[in-house]
Design a protein. Structure first.
Length: 470
């Protein structure tokens, strides 16, 4: 009988205090600020950011609340005429999107995104929804890629490429046949926050689905998101693209191999800055999303186990890998064997415990029971995932070994839970000591192969017994 993972790993084990949960939610914004602020800083001699001009199309602002655009988007047989398509293009390309992306009004971008969502909701059939998706994707990619310099009649012009077409920054179109040679990147660029928001919009484009069904990503965004998730694109664009790819991890009929390969490639990059580490954590989390729906193979498990075991990697990345493993139902022992798998998760738990009690936690801010309890949930989840499928594996006695590690981690968590918030480091070390020593002892021992026969009959009963009261 297989131990049910949800029963074995009690929800209580994943309790996170409100303070930690709030900080965790704010972390993406904190990291994003660290990415965008340096990128947005300009010296006295720096050139101003490029801005799309829409002054000569101000009259189109009336259509924001008018009936023309909603009527076109309700056309079930869109486009009824070429005029409908042109009206949409002119409104969005020449007025709405330039108005939305003004660098001196960045605080309004969120509200403009809400306005854009309202237009999408008015598209009640597939053809107008796809049309609005397409013109949005083309314009946003133009912003993400930045302005280009083209040569027209021996004169240099700064343009934005929208699909296969080229527009001056004031919205005037340049006929592609009049361009001499290939376009080149401009030395100027859009504001980093403008580009980041353009990427968020790409990542949020939804496919047309029948009413009542959950949103799902629009398929043509898949390849662009894969591209923008990798170098040489900026950190902020990669963050937004990786977040968009997360949605593809949950599509039932979607082949996960391209996402898997891209995430594994990202994890081979050098991680020298906080932004690099955050990007790799997102890659690990995406693998965890795939793991939660059974879409990863043994090679991914090997990568995640390798991250957990790699003491040269940042602790936050190793904890993220352990958490991803916790969402994985193993179909076979990972590379190196089941015992090595349990040992690596146990080693991570031991390191986290020692770092906290010795005052070496995140930011060297001293002992934090909140952080310790939250971090220990990850190795516990990984071990719980392993134990949930033990009857499918030839584990040679390591089931009992893994259970003992779980017991020791629980003891550490229990001691941390009993502490007051203002516990001193010495007090923390004293109260956590027994659990830490037990974990050290277990990890220094080799499990006896003889234990396998003895534990084979009692594994399920013992595991079920541990569920009581959790």
């Amino acid at each position: 009988m297989t131990v049910n993972e949800e029963e074995f790993v009690s929800p209580n084990l994943f309790w996170q205090p409100n303070l930690y949960r709030c900080l965790k939610k704010l972390l993406p914004e904190i990291v994003l600020l660290a990415i965008l602020v340096p990128a947005a800083s300009h010296g006295e001699d720096a050139k101003p950011y490029v801005e799309l001009k829409n002054e000569k199309y101000k009259k189109l602002s009336n259509q924001l609340t008018g009936s023309t655009i909603p009527r076109i988007l309700r056309e079930s047989d869109y486009p009824k005429s070429g005029a409908s398509k042109k009206t949409l293009e002119v409104f969005f390309w020449k007025w709405f999107f330039p108005e939305m992306m003004k660098p001196d009004e960045l605080e309004k971008i969120r509200s403009w995104r809400e306005e854009l969502k309202k237009f999408f909701k008015k598209a009640r059939a597939k053809s107008p929804k796809d049309a609005l998706n397409q013109l949005t994707l083309e314009m946003m990619e133009g912003i993400v890629r930045g302005p280009k310099i083209v040569l027209v009649k021996d004169e240099k012009e700064e343009v934005i490429q929208v699909g296969e077409r080229f527009f001056l920054l004031d919205g005037s179109e340049i006929i592609a046949d009049t361009i001499q040679g290939a376009p080149k990147p401009s030395e100027n660029d859009f504001h980093p926050a403008v580009k980041y928001n353009a990427m968020l919009i790409i990542a949020g484009l939804n496919n047309w689905v029948k009413r009542g069904k959950a949103d799902e990503p629009w398929p043509p965004t898949y390849q662009p998101l894969l591209e923008y998730a990798k170098p040489p694109w900026s950190d902020s664009l990669r963050v937004a693209a990786l977040n968009g790819l997360k949605r593809y991890c949950h599509l039932k009929d979607h082949d996960p191999r391209l996402v898997i390969n891209a995430m594994k490639e990202i994890l081979t990059e050098e991680a020298d800055t906080d932004a690099d580490i955050w990007i790799q954590r997102q890659a690990v989390n995406n693998l965890g999303e795939l793991a939660s729906v059974g879409k990863i193979d043994a090679s991914v498990v090997t990568v995640l186990v390798g991250l957990v075991a790699n003491e040269q990697k940042p602790t936050s990345l190793r904890v993220a890998a352990a958490s991803a493993l916790g969402r994985t139902i193993l179909k076979q022992p990972p590379e190196g064997g089941a015992t090595a798998y349990a040992r690596q998760l146990g080693n991570l738990a031991l390191e986290l415990s020692l770092d906290e009690t010795e005052g070496k936690g995140a930011g060297n801010g001293g002992f934090s029971k909140l952080r310790l309890m939250a971090d220990l949930a990850a190795p516990l989840a990984g071990l719980g995932s392993f134990l949930a499928t033990t009857d499918q594996q030839d584990v040679s006695g390591s089931v009992e070994y893994a259970k003992r590690i779980v017991e020791a981690i629980r003891e550490i968590r229990s001691a941390a839970s009993a502490m007051s918030l203002n516990s001193t480091q010495s007090g923390a070390a004293a109260q956590l000591g027994p659990g830490i020593r037990k974990l050290e002892q277990i990890l220094s021992e080799e499990p006896s192969p003889a234990d396998s026969a003895e534990s084979a009959e009692g594994d399920t009963e013992s595991a079920d017994g541990e569920n009581d009261g959790n």
